[in-house]
Design a binder for this molecule. Structure first.
Ligand code: PEP
Ligand code: MG
Length: 542
């Protein structure tokens, strides 16, 4: 049994086997080989393993989801028997003397492109399948136990580092927790772990030797325990049960109002990063969505999401929330949220660089596509829109002019739209200092304390070395919040907090006393905050 100490980003307990994930392994290298026979044998073995896996998946799916849905695995297995596919892989290995991984990946790409160009819709749909099977075989060649899938058993993922784009693409139902060596507590990967409500530790040395080992994440002590002995495991299972009991107790607060003892109603909303997260919002009984980080729709994809794709996503969330408020934040990429297809230059100082609204106001075609999708979706629920990284009144006026332009274009075409509230995120000191002026321009403010702390304290939120001094409780941050609330109210805006600080239960009472109108928090924090709101009396003390 070994213990490692790191920094916890969610105070829970996870127990399970480790799956080591290496980004380098996912990248297919092109290598010359000297022994094509041996390479062909490697390919043959991997191909057979893949077929066996697919047959097992078929059998399992047949029992669980029926023949129609299971058929896909049979189709995949058949593709691996296809002569054209196999000949192409073998030719690359034999005649170009290149490694099997490269031969499979290149064949997969070629076939996938060829299918995508076909007129027949059925054949076009096979384009994704052929890529999928190539990835499975490459995964097996890379030595992953079961190819592309982590397997059926949920795992604790261990990785050197995880980018937000990698985290969003993970199958959350198979993740018990994760452990990374790099990364900071305020990064978006950490925020995603909180949204998923899975225990996570950072700052722990990880390596392939951990793969397959039994482990415990103790998010309270910030420890990873490898190969726990029977007594330790038993103790942690009991703690986990206790955690569950506590969570059950909070369930009693469902369907209760978010109102203080003296009758002040608070809007208690939740933050999401994907359409799928809406289920967590409902399960935790939040009264709305106070921050939909729409950029994750872009991070999940390898090309710009179309207007239609975005429209469907926003419409689904609006409809699922059935009249409850849904605030969608427009695209906020840049800094740690990098999207390859945007082809952005490398910057010295990306957190203070070309990001968020700056990109939208520069590349207006991207912004207008998103606004069209949002305005169209507004006909299907109670949508609001907010804009990130604002620093000036000029920007807000520019945004409003673009919104009006898009709205008139849609109206001319007779497309139905709802009324939307427009707000801005207050996450720069500039926005705080001119919040009196900004309040006259918009309907609401949502304070982004993650960035506001970063810029107020001049501490890079991505830098793990500075985690200990990244202090969101710093009086400068708290004074900034107070000032924004006062200026917002004077200018007729309601004011909320959607940064991680909003979920800090040690400050809930302080925020309520400051006059906050809304708190938007990670879904799992909704009920704990509700408990405090309902126990707070704003009449106490002077
Ligand atoms: C914030 O900065 O507080 C915020 C909510 O936005 P993000 O964390 O996505 O930058
Ligand atoms: Mg921010």
């Amino acid at each position: 049994m070994e213990r490692y100490t790191g920094k916890s980003i969610l105070k829970g307990i996870a127990i399970g086997k480790i799956l080591f994930y290496s980004r380098e392994e996912q990248v297919v290298q092109r290598r010359s080989i000297t022994d094509p026979e041996a390479e062909l044998a490697r390919y043959e073995k991997a191909r057979e393993t893949a077929i066996e896996q697919l047959q097992a998946l078929y059998e399992k799916a047949l029992k669980e989801v029926g023949e129609v849905n299971a058929a896909i695995f049979e189709v995949h297995a058949m593709m691996l028997e296809d002569d054209d596919f196999n000949d192409s892989v073998k030719n690359i290995i034999e005649f170009q003397k290149l490694n099997a991984e490269y031969a499979v990946a290149a064949t997969g790409d070629n076939f996938s492109r060829m299918f995508a160009k076909m007129d027949d819709e059925y054949m076009q749909a096979r384009s994704a399948d052929v890529k999928d099977i190539a990835e499975r075989v490459v995964g097996i060649l890379h030595g992953r136990r079961d190819g592309k899938d982590p397997g059926d058993e949920p795992v604790i993922l261990a990785a050197k580092d995880l980018a937000p784009s990698e985290t969003v693409q993970m199958d959350k139902s198979k993740l018990l927790g994760f452990v990374t060596e790099l990364g900071s507590a305020n990064s978006h990967t950490a925020i995603l772990a909180r949204t998923m409500n899975i225990p996570a530790l950072i700052g722990i040395h990880v390596g392939p030797e951990m793969d397959g080992l039994m482990a415990v994440i103790d998010g309270i002590a910030g420890e990873l325990i490898l190969n726990p002995d029977a007594d330790t495991l038993k103790a942690y299972r009991e703690k986990q049960q206790e955690e569950l009991r506590q969570r059950e107790l909070l369930q009693q607060l469902k369907n209760k109002e978010d109102v203080t003892l003296d009758g002040k109603h608070i809007k208690l909303y939740a933050n999401i990063g994907s359409v799928g997260d809406t289920a967590k919002v409902l399960a935790n009984d939040a009264d709305g969505i106070g921050l939909f980080r729409s950029e994750f729709l872009y991070l999940e994809k390898s090309d710009y999401p179309t207007e239609e794709e975005q429209f469907q996503a926003y419409k689904t969330v609006a409809e699922t929330m059935a009249g409850k408020k849904v605030i969608i934040r427009t695209l906020d990429i840049g800094a740690d949220k990098q999207v390859d297809y945007f082809q952005m230059d490398k910057e010295e100082n990306p957190a203070m660089g070309y990001r968020a609204i700056r990109i939208c106001l520069d590349r207006t075609e991207i912004f207008k596509t998103q606004l069209r999708a949002l305005l169209r979706a507004s006909a299907y629920g109670n949508l609001s829109v907010m804009y990130p990284m604002i620093i000036s009144v000029k920007e807000v006026r520019q945004i409003k002019a673009i919104v009006e332009e898009v709205r008139s274009e849609l109206a001319e075409k007779g497309i139905p739209m709802g009324e939307i509230e427009q707000g801005i995120m207050i996450e720069t000191p500039a926005a705080v200092l001119i919040s009196d002026l900004l309040a006259k321009e918009v309907d609401f403010f949502s304070i982004g304390t993650n960035d506001l702390t970063q810029y107020t304290l001049a501490i890079d939120r991505q830098n793990a070395k500075l985690d200990s001094i990244y202090d969101a409780h710093h009086p400068a941050v708290l004074r900034a919040i107070q000032m924004v609330i006062e200026n917002g109210h004077k200018g007729g805006c309601w004011v909320g907090i959607c940064g991680e600080l909003g979920a800090d239960t040690t400050l809930t009472e302080t925020f309520l006393k400051m006059g906050i109108d809304e708190l938007s928090v990670t879904p799992a924090a909704v009920l704990p905050i509700r408990k405090i709101i309902r126990e707070t009396d704003l009449r106490e003390e002077g």
